[in-house]
Design a protein around this ligand. Structure first.
Ligand SMILES: Nc1ncnc2c1ncn2[C@@H]1O[C@H](COP(=O)(O)OP(=O)(O)OP(=O)(O)O)[C@@H](O)[C@H]1O
Ligand SMILES: Nc1nc2c(ncn2[C@@H]2O[C@H](COP(=O)(O)O)[C@@H](O)[C@H]2O)c(=O)[nH]1
Length: 204
């Protein structure tokens, strides 16, 4: 049986650039981990594709999956459900591959309770003014939603201390390199590598 993969969680406030950085990571070469597509009840935005950006579901469908225990985590965010389907994550980790989640902070904290040996990375903006200008510049939200996202963002930034790493998203390419570097280093941590050696010693 292969060694179980690593669960990598990228999180941070809305608009910091999680989606942008995640796409840049998966578009770049040498990416050796799988992206877990999330599920949501929010409406599809222009250009989004079912099963690629999200699995888009009704509230009833989403709640049925929660009740059936089929979500690793879920959270309500600005009036909609978002969550991580459990089966894909488990099956992929079991094959020995790493799985990458891009989720908001409440969900990340739930994953941390269930999978404490995951790698939890908090993406931060250079400052709050830049964060607001990114959300406004994206042009996907009305003013009231932008204000709500900014309020949530302040509370989310206070949760940074619960993460293993903080990465500033000043420039996308730099953030991508920092995250790839963290993942490579995590694979070399003695507490992860030692299991393999203990197994070899037992088999001697
Ligand atoms: N390093 C950066 N410098 C300048 N602009 C950026 C940077 N990273 C992302 N952006 C821009 O910021 C906006 C928000 O990015 P994105 O949608 O990726 O954020 P997000 O954290 O995934 O948001 P949400 O959590 O709401 O889905 C986009 O317009 C994106 O192009
Ligand atoms: N807890 C979870 N949060 C998720 C998941 N997938 C995405 N997200 C986060 O939701 C907000 C809003 O996303 P948007 O696409 O409407 O802008 C953002 O912070 C995402 O990272 C998930 O599976 N679980």
């Amino acid at each position: 049986m292969p060694e179980r993969g690593l669960l990598i969680v990228l999180s941070g406030p809305s608009g910091v650039g999680k989606g942008t950085v995640r796409k840049a990571i998966f578009d770049s070469e040498e990416t050796d981990f799988e992206y877990s597509v999330s599920m949501t009840t929010r409406g599809m935005r222009e250009g989004e594709v079912e099963g690629v950006d999200y699995f888009f579901r009704t509230r009833d469908e989403f709640e049925a999956l929660i009740d059936a225990g089929q979500m690793l985590e879920h959270a309500q965010y600005v009036g909609n459900y978002y969550g991580t389907p459990l089966e894909y994550v488990n099956q992929t980790l079991d094959t020995g591959k790493d799985v990458f989640l891009e989720i908001e902070v409440q969900g990340a904290m739930k994953v941390k309770e269930k999978v404490p040996n995951g790698v939890f990375i908090f993406l931060t903006p250079p400052d709050l003014a830049e964060l607001k200008s990114r959300i406004v510049g994206r042009g996907t939200d009305e003013l009231a939603v932008i204000e709500e996202r900014m309020e949530v963002a302040k509370a989310e930034i206070e949760m940074m201390s619960h993460y293993d790493y903080a990465v500033v998203n000043d420039q996308v390419e730099l953030a991508v390199e920092r995250i790839k570097h963290i993942i490579k280093s995590e694979h070399l941590r003695v507490d992860r590598v030692i299991h393999r050696y203990n197994k070899m010693i037992k088999e001697l």
